[in-house]
Design a protein around this ligand. Sequence first.
Ligand code: ADP
Ligand code: MG
Length: 151
Amino acid sequence: MQKIITQNSKQTEELAKLLAMEIRGGEIICLSGDLGAGKTTFAQGLLEGLGVEGPYTSPTFAIMKEYEVNLKFQISNLKLLKVYHIDTYRVEERDILELGWKDFSGKKNAVTIVEWAERIKDIVPAGALWIHFSWKNENEREIRIHSQENS
Ligand code: ADP
Ligand code: MG
């Protein structure tokens, strides 16, 4: 488990961009933590780091946003085509299953980012990357990166 404190939203985005450099395709990135803890900020940094062109909007109302990766911005050995950004705040596991979760999550040429992933933990496969966000004060957030939920 790795624990990082960020002092502002830019640092949270930069941390996400570092993670983006490690992505090889097929990852499921689970973001947990309360409202305002920084999940969407982190997801937007990831999208940018992965070569997805904005604007990025929070999927809270759409449940899921599907982005195409602009191959121009991609390092050559990566063939990442899609990024799925999901927010489960207003829905349940069965709604996510109905969106086609089993088909798109873990696709080799895609990355799946899930906000409020603790709400659907029973359908998240082992091997997903879990990142927990907690609010420390107005500008500080504690970010804990786990390789498995609860580890
Ligand atoms: P969530 O998706 O978890 O509800 P958001 O990323 O939408 O959270 O909101 C986080 C809010 O906190 C934003 O308004 C952001 O500007 C602010 N903020 C302040 N400090 C930080 C920080 N260190 N990391 C991330 N966001 C921060
Ligand atoms: Mg959010």
